[in-house]
Design a protein around this ligand. Structure first.
Ligand code: UTP
Length: 289
């Protein structure tokens, strides 16, 4: 079954990137010249997703403005003969059919996904975490959607992380299947060192069957008193099994300060307009460090 719907939870308070996220949604923080969430919507659109639900909260309507038409700006660019810029601006509002809903209380990622139930309407759907940007030739969520079509089981994007990092993330019990796919039969959120199952962790993407909503409703609040999506996926993995897809592409965590800097530098170095200039600047700078 083709995956046509995606949910982007972007309602979180973003406390790790304060004060930047005080009035500005962290999902709108730019990587060079594009807000993080635009990379994510583009990834979904390139993967064949047609309908996107973005979960927002109070003070985040800037996200809606960004994906809306901008008649004043468009007129101004048209008058000035700035054809290329005009096309670029128009394309943003035509990327996908985007709707929005507000999560009224930020009770966790699992709770945010639960808000998408009526939008999803019984079909399997993609989840792209609003602060995880993944850059690569083959869009990451498309790789997961293909795995879903092949195996018919919920899929999670997984990557190996360092033994230090796994303590802050989730750890998967995996056995290898084909290529970059693994069977996941169990998982644990923020494991203590003796509970680590593997260094594979879920990072930023999943494709889930609609039965996840019933599971979420039965799942008690977990870490930080929040309803954790990982806790619901654990139930899915233990009962039906899930597929882990070690996707290709580089993931940038826009929810923490170092991640934002790494994204700016790496994407900046490849940027056609500023790449060369940034390289020269960095070469000179590292000599002084
Ligand atoms: P995070 O846990 O990284 O977001 O959730 P957060 O709560 O904003 O982060 P900190 O810890 O305060 O810095 C991953 C994604 O899920 C969304 C966030 O917006 C982010 O894109 N999210 C999180 C929601 O939509 N609702 C929530 O209740 C929590």
């Amino acid at each position: 079954m083709k995956i046509k719907k995606a949910v982007i939870p972007a309602a979180g308070l973003g406390t790790r990137v304060l004060p930047a996220s005080k009035a500005m949604p962290k999902e709108m923080l730019p990587i060079v010249d594009k807000p993080a969430i635009q990379y994510i919507v583009e990834e979904a659109a390139r993967s064949g997703i047609e309908d996107i639900l973005i979960i927002l909260s109070r003070g985040k309507s800037l996200v809606e403005d960004h994906f809306d038409r901008s008649p004043d700006l468009e007129r101004h660019l048209e008058k000035g003969g700035k054809e290329e810029m005009l096309q670029m601006v128009k394309e943003i509002s035509g990327l996908a059919n985007i709707t929005y809903i507000r999560q009224q209380e930020m009770k966790g990622l699992g709770h945010a996904v639960l808000c998408a139930e009526s939008f999803v309407g019984g079909e399997p759907f993609a989840v792209l975490y609003g602060d995880d940007v993944i850059i690569g030739e083959d869009p990451a969520i498309g790789q997961l959607a293909r795995a879903y079509e092949t195996y018919g089981l919920g899929c999670a994007g997984i990557k190996e992380v360092s033994p230090e990092a796994i303590l802050k993330y989730s750890s998967m019990k995996v056995s290898p299947l084909d290529g970059n796919c693994y069977k996941i039969t169990d998982m644990i959120e923020k494991p203590s060192p003796d509970k680590i199952m593997s260094l594979f962790s879920i990072l930023g993407r999943c494709v889930l069957p609609a039965e996840i909503f019933d599971i979420l409703r039965e799942t008690p609040p977990g870490a930080g008193g929040e309803l954790q999506l990982t806790d619901a996926m654990k139930t899915l993995a233990r009962t039906k099994g899930m597929i882990g897809v070690d996707y290709t592409g580089t993931r940038y965590d826009m929810g923490n300060k170092l991640g934002i800097l790494q994204a700016s530098i790496e994407v900046g170095l490849k940027h056609p307009e500023v790449g060369e200039g940034l390289k020269e600047y960095l070469k000179a700078l590292v000599k002084t460090l």
